[in-house]
Design a protein around this ligand. Structure first.
Ligand code: HEM
Length: 314
């Protein structure tokens, strides 16, 4: 529904023309790769946080070391991949969802060689950014991979076709900010390995613990960017959100099912957190060392004892 394809519209209704085209829409590979890598990255930082917690407490130290070291090696690969795929995803968004990209970057005018706004308060009423902190040329470089590249500004779109600006703008910066923070943690781990102090550096272990929840924040921020950025459309460019409510459904029905979802999730999530916290506090199970039972009685076969005296057996 973000970049619809493989359909035809007959009498105002959508029909699939080619199922493979419906599934493999233009943004599908980027979304799949970025989301799945995002989940691996998020989970890995949870493992890293637990390992750091064990090491700081001096509990299950051997297991904690293996968890920390192996997962940081995995993240050495996954975090750069996530940033690379995110960058490619951005180019795809510029091509297929230009109004969303203009909102993400809070660009009002179509410009060449445009800067990157690190911070700004977008003001849609006056179509400007207030208190902007910008880096010249960086926007063009990141979004078009050239110094004089151009992107469409929001003014190119009718006001009723524009997404809200502030939410995608800030959500995107939270996601990318966390992505680069993750890269910094991975880079710090290389340095500490080199110094042979990966497991004893208390500030690094505290940082790893603090990173535990941040993957979830990045995922939610990415999702917010994607979904708020696609407004005012449910099916991008084809079906408006305001027209998406089936005529037979009343607003009250939608509200009731939404509330039911919220109740279920408000039970599931806190329960999962409590159970997971209990498991973490207990620490990993340590396999008992198998010891051979000592049996008494005569041996069933003669015992051959080798006495080595001056290099010769008797
Ligand atoms: C640091 C560099 C990053 C860049 C350049 C980047 C870029 C992007 C872009 C361009 C989008 C798509 C917006 C759209 O057109 O719909 C997106 C969405 C998303 N990002 Fe990131 N991202 C980065 C880091 C991360 C990290 C670290 C995570 C999670 C651990 C993450 C998770 C997500 C998720 C879950 C989505 C929503 C995908 C969807 O629903 O289709 N991103 N990101």
């Amino acid at each position: 529904m973000q970049t619809p394809s493989g359909y035809e519209v007959i009498d105002g209704r959508f029909f699939p023309k080619d199922w493979l085209d419906v599934i493999f829409s233009p943004s599908f590979p980027y979304r799949l790769a970025h989301t799945v890598t995002g989940f691996f990255v998020t989970t890995s930082f949870v493992v890293v946080a637990i390992a750091a917690w064990l090491l700081r407490r001096g509990q299950s130290v051997e297991e904690g070391r293996v968890m920390l070291s192996m997962t940081l090696w995995l993240l050495t690969f996954l975090v750069p991949v996530q940033i690379f795929v995110g960058d490619q995803h951005g180019l795809n968004t510029a091509k297929y969802q230009p109004a969303k990209l203009a909102a993400i970057e809070a660009r009002w005018d179509t410009e060449r060689s445009f800067p990157l706004a690190l911070f700004a308060i977008p003001d849609p009423a006056h179509e400007i950014n207030r208190y902007a902190i910008e880096v010249p040329y960086l926007g063009s470089l990141i979004l078009t991979h050239t110094l004089d590249g151009e992107i469409k500004g929001l003014k190119e779109f009718k006001p009723e076709d524009r997404p809200p600006v502030a939410i995608p703008f800030f959500a995107f910066r939270i996601m990318v900010g966390i992505g680069f923070l993750m890269l910094a943690v991975v880079a710090a781990s290389w340095w500490l390995r080199y110094r042979h102090s990966l497991f004893d550096s208390r500030w690094f272990l505290a940082l790893c613990m603090a990173m535990g929840p941040l993957g979830f924040v990045a995922v939610l921020a990415g999702w917010t960017t994607t979904e708020v950025g696609r407004q005012p459309w449910t099916v991008y460019g084809l079906l408006r959100t305001v027209d998406s409510l089936a005529p037979s459904l009343r607003g009250g029905d939608v509200l009731a099912s939404l509330l039911a979802y919220m109740v279920v999730y408000l039970i599931i999530y806190p329960s999962a957190v409590v159970i997971a916290a209990r498991l973490v506090r207990k620490g990993p199970d340590v396999a008992p060392v198998a010891s051979a039972p000592i049996e008494s009685g005569r041996p069933s076969a003669p015992v051959h004892v080798e006495l080595v005296q001056e290099g010769k057996s008797p």
